[in-house]
Design a protein around this ligand. Sequence first.
Ligand code: NAD
Length: 282
Amino acid sequence: MTILDGKALAAKIKEQTLETTKALAAEGKRQPCLAVVLVGEDPASQIYVRNKHNDCITTGIKSLMHTLPADTQEEELLALIDRLNGDDGVDGILVQLPLPKHLNEQRVTERISALKDVDAFSAYNVGLITLGRGGFKPCTPAGIMRLLEEYGIDPKGKECVVVGRSNIVGKPMALLLLAAGGTVTVCHTKTADLAFHTRRADIIVAAAGKADLINGDMVKEGAVIVDVGMNRKDGKLCGDVDFESCAPKASYITPVPGGVGPMTRAMLLDNTLTAYRLSSEK
Ligand code: NAD
């Protein structure tokens, strides 16, 4: 069994990002720039945003933080996005979700220019991925694909089972595995017999948000197991996969923490560099 070490790969991607930004600086080019918008004071969102800011700073990406009060009106937020869309010095725009209830997340994310949509949540970007026509890839599924690639795991011809069908993880994950030649099954809360599907999977991506949903009896020998889940059990962070019973059967498995999480963060930097290149080509 081999651990899919997302922490190590993310560190490598960060080093590469820093090299890229240093090279740009040496050529006298402007710094790539990510604008992050946080509305309200949700503690988890504050941590995520701070992490993203620190990742940018340590890799030579300029980080513009816009912190707005929880009672910000939608028009005000949309006006800020419009300004950032029109600012040639801003490459990527990210609005931290969830937004306060009175704001319409769909309207807000759709307002971000497709060329700056580094979270890749807009219908346009999802459409491009669905059609296999490029576009930004959402950070979590993109990070998982990069991790599989790093370890020489090719989904082509493999039975891939994705557990979860959310718009930010499950669905785009299924699309990327499909594009890579996998035979993909998507399971969710209405799936009649989850174990039937996971047992025949060569690659399992668990993204349900339920601690210990996948146990050793539900996976076949040699399966590749990717655990996206971030749950709390007895005060500790854990995934959707019961690591103890699954690891002995797996050929490769991600730890929680240290697997998918760091890769998600690294892919945001990668997408910001892509946005920078797109902006330079304009
Ligand atoms: P979500 O709640 O939007 O979606 C969960 C999905 O799982 C749903 O489609 C649901 O149908 C399915 N599901 C739930 N219980 C199930 C069950 N018992 N059997 C089968 N399917 C079931 O969540 P999300 O935003 O997709 O996130 C999923 C998990 O991944 C969460 O724990 C979240 O915190 C975590 N996450 C981690 C990262 C990371 O970088 N590590 C990024 C995003 C999300």
